[in-house]
Design a protein around this ligand. Structure first.
Ligand code: AMP
Length: 288
């Protein structure tokens, strides 16, 4: 069985497979796997001899009152899906294995990139993410680690952490995988009721409308305010949607700017609540 729960078992596997003679790709997840996660595992398999997947619902990235307890979990199904997609080993530790009984060290990326977008409504979230990802990097020691563009801000923060701390791993960002109607796949989509699920396609539709407006060549199509308005108005038409944020920022630094320029990639990012469910989506925009 390649489903392991302890660092000791990991170390045994590490020796048994002769890790040092192979390249190792790593896909960290919180489980309840869907095609988005599986695309990361497949990509890791293409680029590495061995692939490790972690499944750990990390308590430190949830604030009190968020969905840590209710977060969907199905380790048996996840294990099968991960192995079928190309994983060689699935690491499924518990919180004690990861944090011991008195861990009080955190890894925190400073500056605005962790404070805006999702950081504004979830102020402790990214500290939990960067801490757990560092712990996982230290245990697993991968050559490459695979993250989804779905969580664009998370990807930017992790890349910054890896650069700042000289962590010896290459971060590979992978495209967003969507349902047929455009909704970005997410483990949290199972929370949506039928009507919310129907309306949730407004996120990807709104981003698409912004892209189409840029392509139309309209005079104000380079203005971030105009594009934000197009996105917000479309989402605002849905009776069950409450916008948390709609932002268009520099795709690398997350700085604000007024107008898109050729050669500069903008990140259009949004978070929208349907009842208690908070969904995020984004699209990279550019003009020629
Ligand atoms: P999670 O289990 O939600 O923490 O996600 C684990 C990894 O899968 C993260 O790097 C996510 O960005 C990535 N991911 C989640 N959903 C998608 C998706 N729809 N397409 C691509 N990657 C995704």
């Amino acid at each position: 069985m390649s489903l392991i729960k302890t660092i000791e078992e990991w170390n045994e596997w590490f020796i048994r497979v002769g890790r040092n003679d192979h390249s190792l790709g790593f896909v960290p997840t919180m489980g309840f796997l869907h095609e988005g996660h599986l695309s990361l595992i497949r990509k890791a398999k293409e680029e590495n001899d061995l692939v490790a997947v972690s499944i750990f619902v990390n308590p430190t990235q949830f604030a009190p009152g968020e969905d840590f307890e209710n977060y969907p979990r199905d380790i048996e199904r996840d294990y099968k899906l991960a192995m079928a997609a190309g994983a060689d080993i699935v690491f499924h530790p518990d919180a004690k294995e990861m944090y011991g009984s008195n861990s009080n060290t955190v890894v925190e990326v400073g500056g605005e990139i962790t404070q805006k977008l999702c950081g504004a409504s979830r102020p402790t979230h990214f500290k939990g993410v960067t801490t757990v990802v560092t712990i996982l990097f230290n245990i697993i020691g991968p050559d490459r680690a695979y993250f989804g563009q779905k969580d664009a801000q998370q990807g930017i923060i992790i890349q910054k952490m890896v650069r700042d701390l000289h962590q010896p791993v290459k971060v590979v960002m992978c495209p967003i995988v969507r349902e047929e109607d455009g909704l970005a796949m997410s483990s949290r989509n199972v929370y949506l009721n039928t009507e919310e699920r129907k309306q949730a396609i407004c996120l990807s539709e709104a981003l698409q409308l912004a892209e189409e407006y840029i392509a139309s060549g309209a005079e104000d199509a380079n203005r971030t305010e105009t594009l934000k308005q197009i996105i917000s108005q479309h989402i605002g038409r849905q009776s069950l949607a409450t916008i948390d944020y709609v932002q268009i920022l520099d795709g690398e630094t997350l700085e604000e700017f007024a107008c898109l320029e050729p050669g500069k990639t903008a990140l259009a990012a949004l978070a929208v609540r349907f009842g208690n469910t908070r969904l995020i989506d984004n699209k990279l925009l550019s003009i020629s």
